[in-house]
Design a protein around this ligand. Structure first.
Ligand code: HEC
Ligand code: HEC
Ligand code: HEC
Ligand code: HEC
Ligand code: HEC
Length: 472
């Protein structure tokens, strides 16, 4: 409640309105904690942002030049000691000089300025760990970063989103190996392998995550790992992937497709064996990945740009897909409250940014993202109603679009469902965790027959119905 009020005041004192959207590129970054024996991935996180100027009488404008964006991770201000990376970084990565404390491989620290890149901002290589300053024992994989956008020294917008990192690189915790030294002892006896000192697996095994070429005998790291471990059971269970990818505790795949679609990694990536075989057949690890736009998935209306990854693709108005949808594996709405915070702050409810008025200063008349005209659900101001209420739809009778207003008195999951006169469910218009406020949703009856329909609002402790008439 207090947080909401601060947000409210801040937004309203701004002379000009800006909207800042920030996100992480992958949805999860894993990193070793101990680098003394095996190094798979260093602390290395990437934050992206787009800043939108919202001016009355104008279309939204994505801006970069003349603005700065500062990043920080509140409560997580240092990394040296939370991992021994800085002890081994120079040797592992063949650096000319020791890495300065708390500075990562690209020169970025835990706070700093983002760089402009095309029509977005990015900070690549932030060396954060899953440990906050006040708790060095328990991993917190879903911490928030904080971004502040400034123009001429003045703050114009801010946002928070998840900077995910997990040390659950699970070779031991999974119960599979007894020690990292044992893993190394099992490694084929190959020339140059550093059996008794810190070793970077990607030094010989090509990895597009680290940009290493590797050698042709060693083959790619992804091929070796998935091929060598392809017998792990169950072949089609998410727990198989969590043996290495974070993990039983972290459960990095937490998005709408996991929570509502009950999907597992294999639905998109295939089995361990498929991952390995596809590399032998020419798939480039990390660069050739599943696509939303595949015909068996969402199809061409919802596709990435040709030849580009989801995280590199732009859609509506030049916005990166992730700006509205969130990171891969954390696509809104997510299991983690922190992933949903930005959507809730900007549009009052979880999920993809689907409220046109987040960016547009007046209701757009043309088609929006993916050709969507329908405005979905919008929050009408910041007033908090005393009680739940479902209002009569307007206009009524209607053809084919009508609006339904309703009041939400306390944070709850709210559904607005349309039934036909025989009580058969026709469409779910709203199914979201909503913060208190007054909302308006639209229903488009274009695809339905004339007649009487029932619309029903269902929340934890309030249920009401209304009647409406579609006349064609
Ligand atoms: C000095 C180069 C080098 C380094 C460093 C290295 N490997 Fe290898 N690795 C190889 C080569 C070469 C092979 C293929 C050996 C063969 O086929 O006989 C291999 C094979 C493997 C295999 C397949 C083994 C099998 O029998 O199927 C796995 C798994 C593997 N490496 C994991 C790792 C891991 C994990 C690390 C990091 C701790 C690592 N490697 C570091 C060179 C290296
Ligand atoms: C035995 C440990 C292990 C298991 C189990 C495992 N992975 Fe991996 N995976 C890795 C490692 C290590 C990398 C990083 C390779 C690199 O740096 O290139 C990786 C990378 C990947 C990548 C990115 C590289 C690529 O080939 O595109 C994908 C995708 C992936 N894993 C999916 C999965 C899925 C899906 C599962 C479960 C079916 C799974 N992994 C199970 C160890 C594992
Ligand atoms: C709904 C489909 C889907 C599911 C399910 C899924 N992934 Fe992915 N994964 C993707 C997409 C899409 C990408 C490429 C992201 C991009 O294009 O920016 C990706 C990329 C990756 C990568 C490469 C690094 C990256 O993020 O680009 C790894 C590693 C990975 N996935 C592991 C997993 C694991 C482990 C699971 C299960 C715990 C999983 N994925 C479940 C769609 C999926
Ligand atoms: C301006 C915000 C915005 C941008 C940018 C955007 N989308 Fe969407 N996307 C939406 C909205 C709104 C929906 C409708 C979801 C809803 O309200 O249920 C949607 C739906 C989707 C769906 C789900 C379709 C279904 O069958 O349910 C996919 C997949 C998708 N978008 C992919 C993408 C991809 C890929 C990109 C980048 C090329 C992208 N989106 C860019 C707003 C956006
Ligand atoms: C996250 C911010 C954002 C959201 C949400 C958003 N838009 Fe936009 N919209 C933009 C930007 C940026 C432009 C580009 C303006 C320009 O071309 O200069 C744009 C442009 C447009 C245009 C002008 C024609 C075009 O495609 O360039 C229309 C029409 C439009 N949006 C409709 C919609 C509708 C309808 C919705 C809701 C379903 C919506 N927008 C949601 C940011 C947004």
């Amino acid at each position: 409640m207090i947080i909401l009020m601060i947000v409210f005041i801040n937004v309203n004192v701004l002379a000009q309105q800006y909207v800042l959207l920030g996100w992480n590129d992958l949805g999860m970054h894993c990193s070793n904690k101990d680098f003394s024996k095996i190094a798979i991935l260093p602390p290395y996180n990437n934050v992206y942002a787009q800043l939108i100027l919202k001016q009355t009488g104008h279309l939204p404008q994505i801006v970069t030049t003349g603005y700065t964006i500062e990043y920080s991770i509140p409560g997580n201000t240092y990394s040296v000691g939370k991992t021994n990376f800085w002890t081994y970084a120079q040797a592992l990565f063949g650096l000319p000089n020791p890495l300065p404390p708390n500075i990562g491989l690209t020169g970025k620290g835990l706070t700093g300025n983002m760089d402009i890149s095309g029509n977005n901002f990015k900070a690549v290589g932030i060396p954060n760990t899953p440990f906050i300053d006040s708790d060095l024992i328990n991993e917190r994989p879903f911490q928030l970063f904080h971004l502040i956008a400034k123009s001429g020294g003045n703050t114009v917008a801010f946002t928070d989103n998840v900077i995910p990192v997990s040390n659950e690189v699970n070779c031991l915790q999974s119960g599979c190996h007894s020690s990292e030294q044992n893993i190394k002892n099992e490694h084929p006896d190959v020339p140059g392998f550093k059996l008794n000192s810190a070793e970077l697996c990607a030094r010989c095994h090509a990895s597009n995550a680290l940009g290493t070429q590797g050698d042709s005998v060693a083959k790619s790291f992804s091929f070796r790992m998935h091929e060598h471990h392809h017998d792990i059971q169950p072949v089609n269970g998410i727990e198989t992937c969590y043996k290495c990818h974070p993990g039983t505790n972290t459960q990095c795949f937490r998005d709408v497709m996991r929570m509502q679609g009950n999907m597992v990694c294999q639905n998109c990536h295939g089995t361990m064996q498929t991952i390995a075989n596809s590399i032998e057949n020419g798939r480039r690890p990390w660069l050739d990945e599943p696509r939303c736009g595949a015909t068996t998935c969402h199809g061409s209306t919802y596709s990435e740009e040709p030849g580009k990854l989801y995280r590199e693709s732009r859609g509506h108005g030049g916005l990166l897909c992730s700006s509205c949808h969130g990171s891969p594996h954390a696509v809104y709405p997510s299991r983690e409250a922190n992933d949903n915070a930005q959507s809730i702050r900007l549009q009052g409810h979880t999920g993809v940014i689907n409220d046109c008025m987040v960016c547009h200063s007046s209701p757009p008349t043309g088609a929006g993202p993916h050709g969507i005209l329908y405005i979905g659900i919008i929050k009408l101001g910041n007033e908090v109603p005393e009680e739940f209420k479902l209002h009569q739809n307007y206009p009524n009778p209607f053809n084919p679009i009508t609006k339904i207003k309703f009041d939400v008195a306390k944070s709850s999951n709210v559904k607005l469902v349309v039934f036909d006169f025989l009580g058969r469910e026709v469409e779910v218009i709203v199914n979201n965790d909503l913060s208190p406020g007054m909302y308006e949703a639209e229903w488009n009856g274009a695809g339905f027959a004339s007649g009487v329909y029932i619309y029903k609002l269902i929340s934890d402790d309030y249920t009401r119905s209304g009647k409406m008439i579609l006349v064609k």
